[in-house]
Design a protein around this ligand. Structure first.
Ligand code: SAM
Length: 253
């Protein structure tokens, strides 16, 4: 498959769908509850940390210039102090220990894992935090990914970011906690959900020329629709739930 141009299509539609996961990731920037009876106090601290994360200086990184433009506009509308600079997660323009925290919601998982983890550990100061989200390998969404790769003849993606053992190894020597969360996606029908992705999602758009060339575009769409239809949680409409990891790394000296 061609390298994915994340700027093509309308990724914003998916970003809106993923906003609840971004909220969970931001909340994970604060200390996590150790005991049930401390939950209220911790929730308060989480809210304060989330507010600080929203107020402080932010630096956004990613290869898609158009999406960085969208982020700039949104940050300006919120009056946020933020800069967005194109580039890969494997090369961050910061000195060692310069950042208080780094957060990535299904973003850095597209970068080469070892180099990206090394870079995140390098730029976040001891006592700071790295939070990232990564899909698990179970559920209809993962099955759709495997099915499309199979049709296109792409070897299965190694689990890396989706494997808790690998994640712990990537951040060995630091305090790693991994929580599994779930997120639901709704649409008026399974066909509407598949059409939204086929027409607008950069990953699907990157695969379309390949599917077309091998004459399997219709088959791909039918098989994806069948997987989602079998797993539909909302008869009369459409709902699918995906699970993902929230990986929190307390950076140690
Ligand atoms: C699934 S989207 C997630 C975007 C956003 N964080 C969200 O929650 O909606 C994947 C993002 O990763 C970015 N990306 C792709 N390859 C990358 C890399 N090697 N390093 C850093 N970011 C990358 C893409 O530009 C895109 O913005």
């Amino acid at each position: 498959m061609n390298r994915i141009d994340w700027g093509q299509g309308r990724y914003e539609l998916t970003a809106d769908r993923l906003a609840p996961a971004a909220d969970v990731a931001v909340a994970a920037l604060a200390p996590q509850p150790g005991r049930a009876d401390r939950r209220r106090r911790v929730r308060h601290r989480q809210r304060r940390a989330a507010d600080r994360a929203r107020r402080g200086h932010r630096h956004g990184r990613g290869p898609a210039e158009r999406l960085l433009g969208v982020a700039r506009e949104r940050a300006a509308a919120e009056g946020a102090d933020a800069a967005f600079v194109p580039g890969e997660g494997t090369a961050l323009p910061f000195a060692d220990g310069e950042l208080d925290a780094a957060i990535s919601v299904f973003g850095v998982i597209f970068a080469e894992a070892r180099a990206a983890a090394l870079e995140l550990r390098r730029v976040v100061r001891p006592g700071g935090r790295i939070v990232l989200t990564a899909w698990t390998t179970t559920g209809p969404l993962a099955e759709v990914g495997r099915t499309l790769q199979g049709i296109m003849g792409i070897p299965p993606t190694p689990a890396t970011w989706s494997d808790p053992d690998v994640l712990r190894e990537l951040f060995a020597g630091h305090r790693v906690s991994i929580a599994e969360e779930r997120i639901a996606f709704d649409a008026p029908s399974v066909e509407a959900y598949v059409a939204e992705h086929a027409e607008h999602h950069p990953m699907w758009l990157a695969g379309t020329p390949v599917l077309r060339e091998i004459g399997r575009e219709d088959e791909a769409r039918e098989r994806v629709t069948a997987i989602f239809a079998d797993a539909n949680e909302a008869p009369g409409a459409f709902r699918t739930t995906s699970s993902y990891y929230v990986v929190t790394v307390g950076v140690l000296p």
